[in-house]
Each structure stands twice: as structure tokens, then as C-alpha cells.
Ligand binder design. Structure first.
Ligand code: NDP
Length: 255
């Protein structure tokens, strides 16, 4: 594939994200607290998360592994691969095993759409990094975009993991299905610090890589999680009359 064709495909992929973002404000994807019975057949929640999230590191690593036959990559590419795989080792294995979700299910339609999302984003990022267009010399390590992006990625990951862990702890001893008002950490300021952290994380990755598919993935993440955080926030306000009135949805003090 030529770089021009690849860029056109990624631009179309980004356009789809921008089209779906406002739609997701109205039609909230039916998993977790927004699960609805009319979304077709379902499978166990934990199994669904493992299947759909494992797709991403496999799709990312496949083109890189195929390209290894031709020779080694520039050193920054290995750092980007480590960032991707570390995130997805948590998301596809540690996170689903830790979730207190034993009585819950997830629609197959959600799992299928997440598989598509993860396959395209994983493959496009791995494909670019394995291609000759990924022109990173060792001097990239001293480029401000690299270390600012890496710092953002690590800060976002820390926020995301901390928030997800706090949520998991809320269900101790409740039979794994009730919801509680989360408190502590960044929950003092927003309803969805896990989503905020994830958006920061992939924005940092895009800055560190400075390429089109990484930017596309950051846009997709914000397009998915912005509307989801807003839906969660309104849900909390409806469900808990004493919900902290100053808490925002996604961005502290702002939104
Ligand atoms: P949620 O915040 O909806 O749920 C996270 C976990 O915590 C679930 O197991 C949920 O249970 C439980 N939980 C949430 N709130 C409460 C509460 N108030 N009381 C008790 N338990 C609670 O996160 P998502 O499911 O939307 O996302 C999970 C992770 O995946 C996040 O880190 C998110 O950033 C990431 N993600 C990334 C995407 C991307 O585009 N890159 C897309 C989607 C998710 P239950 O399932 O029963 O609601």
C-alpha cells in the first residue's frame, strides 16, 4: 500500500469517529450500567472483555512481527510497542480478571464492534511503525514531543488504573452488581477519571509517536469516552439525589 492510500484510509476512519461521537451521546452503547435487553444475544462480561481487548495487541504486533524478517526497527519503535503492549496487558487480562462482574453479561454486538475498533486501531498503528515511513532516529529520544508524550502517557495510565481500581473496590461484599457513589482520588472532581486518564494516555501516545494512526486512535478514544463519561455523569445525578453537586463529568471544574 502507498503512504497516500494509507493516509486516506486513516482520514476516513477518523471521519467515522467524528460522525459517531454525537450519535453516542443519544444512543449510549449498551454495556455496563447502560446495558439494555434489546441489543441481542449476550456473553459473560469478563469473557467479552478478554476477547475484545486481546485483539488489539495481536493486531498491533502482527505487522511488526512480519516486518522483523526484513530487519530490526529503530529504537523508538520498540518503546512505542512496549507502551501499547503494557496498556493492553492490563486492559485485556489484569482488568477483566479484577472486575467484580460475575453476574453480568455484555451484548455480542458490543463485543463485535469493539473487535473491529481494536483490530483497525491496533493494525494501523503496528503497520505504520513497521513501515519505512516510520522514520525515527535515535535522536527522537531527545525530541520534546517524545518525552512530553511519554510523560502524558504515564500520567494518563496512572489516573486510569487508579480510578479503575477504586471502582472495583466499591463492590466488595455486595454480590457484584450494585453501584455506589465513588469517592477519593480524582473522583473528587469528576465522575469518570478512568475515561479522562485513558484519553490523556492515548493523546500522550499520539504526541510521542507523532504519526497519523496514533492521532486517529486518540481521536477515537475521545470520541468514545467523552460521550460515555457524559452519559455516566447524568446517570449518577439521576440515580443518587445526594450526588456531589460540584463534581463534573470528565474535565475537572469545566465539563
Ligand atoms: P466504567 O466506569 O463504566 O466501569 C468500570 C468498572 O467499574 C466496571 O466493572 C463497572 O461495573 C464498575 N463500576 C463503575 N462504576 C461503578 C460504581 N459507581 N459502583 C460500582 N462499580 C462500578 O468503565 P467502562 O466500562 O466504560 O470502561 C472500562 C475501562 O475501559 C476504562 O478504563 C475505560 O477507559 C476503558 N475503555 C477504553 C475505550 C477506548 O476507546 N480506548 C473504550 C471503552 C472503555 P459494570 O460493568 O457493572 O458497570
Amino acid at each position: 500500500m502507498t503512504q497516500e492510500t494509507f493516509n486516506v484510509l486513516i482520514a476516513a476512519w477518523v471521519a467515522l469517529a467524528l460522525l459517531l461521537a454525537p450519535i453516542q451521546l443519544v444512543i449510549v452503547p449498551a454495556y455496563g450500567r447502560h446495558r439494555r435487553a434489546n441489543w441481542g444475544p449476550e456473553i459473560g462480561n469478563r469473557l467479552g472483555w478478554v476477547i475484545m481487548e486481546l485483539v488489539s495487541p495481536i493486531a498491533f504486533l502482527a505487522p511488526l512481527a512480519a516486518g522483523m524478517v526484513a530487519g530490526a526497527y529503530a529504537a523508538p519503535v520498540y518503546v512505542f510497542a512496549l507502551m501499547w503492549v503494557a496498556h493492553y496487558a492490563n486492559r485485556s487480562l489484569v482488568y477483566p480478571l479484577a472486575m467484580r462482574t460475575s453476574v453480568k453479561t455484555i451484548p455480542v454486538a458490543i463485543v463485535a464492534s469493539a473487535i473491529l475498533f481494536n483490530a483497525v486501531n491496533g493494525w494501523s498503528n503496528g503497520y505504520y511503525l513497521a513501515s519505512p515511513w516510520a522514520d525515527y532516529g535515535a535522536e527522537w529520544f531527545s525530541d520534546p514531543r517524545f518525552f512530553a508524550g511519554l510523560a502524558l502517557f504515564l500520567i494518563g495510565a496512572a489516573i486510569n488504573i487508579d480510578a479503575d481500581r477504586r471502582l472495583m473496590r466499591l463492590r466488595r461484599g455486595t454480590g457484584h452488581k450494585d453501584y455506589v457513589v465513588p469517592r477519593g482520588g480524582l473522583f473528587r472532581y469528576v465522575s469518570c477519571p478512568n475515561h479522562l486518564g485513558e484519553i490523556i494516555e492515548w493523546s500522550g501516545f499520539a504526541l510521542a509517536c507523532w504519526n497519523l494512526p496514533a492521532a486517529a486512535f486518540a481521536v477515537w478514544t475521545a470520541a468514545n469516552l467523552g460521550p460515555r463519561a457524559w452519559a455516566h455523569h447524568r446517570w449518577y445525578q439521576r440515580k443518587f439525589p445526594d450526588y456531589p453537586p460540584n463534581r463534573k463529568g470528565l474535565i475537572p471544574f469545566v465539563l
